[in-house]
Design a binder for this molecule. Structure first.
Ligand code: C2E
Ligand code: MG
Ligand code: MG
Ligand code: MG
Length: 285
């Protein structure tokens, strides 16, 4: 009887599981091909001084320009790329592309921006990350101080003591380190204090419902105070309204990123924005 039931259950679920596995395999194969045929593109989103809208940097965000599906958001392929390890070559492509772009804006006299690049846990676990970053900086000519690497709390904590050596190695290169999605992890003040980082990036979750949600406002204010006490820079992500902007400035967070200042956009569009900005010499916002 039990066996019979088990078999029924098994037969019932098999087709679905098979389908999912096949879908995954299909996606995995298509991602590999996409990397080889250069179907990935970077979009750039402005990071500004919220007081005057002055551009201070940008974040590179990857998209997959798929022939069949159009522009695919990273949430739909980064997790699988991480699982399969494809994120390592993809992440290196992103890093090289973003550094080359930043250097080309500098060389063209357009802007001297800090370019932020997201790293994944898998890249952090690779034994030669510091060497890879060194090589990309040398090859592209971007000054290390113009590169900001965004890491999450969980990525760093998952590395245990090794994380400290790794972050110190990256800092020795002269790059900046930012903790992305800050506030969603579990790092203590004591732990944070030991990390050789430059910036906390307040997660969008705590910005979105300002000013409706008073506990989110308290969390945002606490992160800002924490950054001040640890002598770290702080930037808010997902700033969409002037109320959010004003609140953050009042609390002491001057840097921001979000739709209020600009959506992520293709390199060409970001470049023309930079040249408009330069000729007009007016505030960006
Ligand atoms: P993230 O690093 O936290 O990036 C911020 C995300 O918030 C981006 O989504 C951006 O488009 C979005 N965003 C920015 N401002 C606003 C706003 O005002 N409102 C709203 N609703 N959203 C805003 P995106 O580009 O879809 O990227 C999602 C995530 O995918 C990123 O989150 C990051 O974790 C990951 N990702 C993107 N590019 C890369 C990459 O090159 N490598 C790795 N490892 N991960 C990446
Ligand atoms: Mg990020
Ligand atoms: Mg983020
Ligand atoms: Mg986020």
């Amino acid at each position: 009887q039990a066996k019979e039931e088990g078999r029924n259950t098994y037969r019932f679920y098999t087709p679905n599981l098979t389908e999912t596995a096949q879908e995954r395999l299909g996606l995995e194969a298509r991602l590999h091909r996409a990397l080889a045929s250069e179907e990935f593109v970077l979009h750039y989103q402005a990071q500004v001084d919220m007081r005057d809208g002055q551009l201070i940097g940008c974040e590179a965000l990857v998209r997959w320009n798929s022939a069949t599906e159009g522009l695919v958001a990273p949430d739909r392929f980064i997790p699988l790329a991480e699982e399969t390890g494809l994120i390592v070559p993809l992440g290196e492509w992103v890093l090289r592309q973003a550094c080359a772009q930043g250097q080309s804006w500098r060389a063209g006299g357009l802007a001297d921006l800090t370019v932020a690049v997201n790293l994944s846990g898998r890249q952090l676990r690779a034994p030669d990350l510091v060497e890879r970053v060194t090589r990309v900086l040398e090859e592209t000519g971007l000054p290390p101080a113009r590169l900001k690497l965004e890491l999450t709390e969980s990525m760093i904590m998952g590395q245990g003591e090794r994380a400290l050596d790794l972050l110190r190695g990256l800092k020795r290169l002269g790059v900046r380190l930012s903790i992305d999605d800050f506030g969603t992890g579990y790092s203590s003040l004591a732990y944070l204090k030991r990390l050789p980082i430059d910036e906390l990036k307040i997660d969008r979750d705590f910005v979105r419902d300002i000013p409706a949600d008073s506990s989110d406002m308290e969390i945002a204010a606490t992160i800002i105070a924490m950054a001040r006490n640890l002598r770290l820079n702080v930037i808010a992500e997902g700033v969409e309204t002037s109320e959010q902007c004003d609140f953050l400035i009042r609390q002491g967070c001057m840097a921001g990123q979000g739709y209020l200042f600009g959506r992520p956009q293709p390199a060409e569009d970001f470049t023309s924005l930079l040249s408009d900005h330069q000729t007009a010499k007016h505030a960006y916002r």
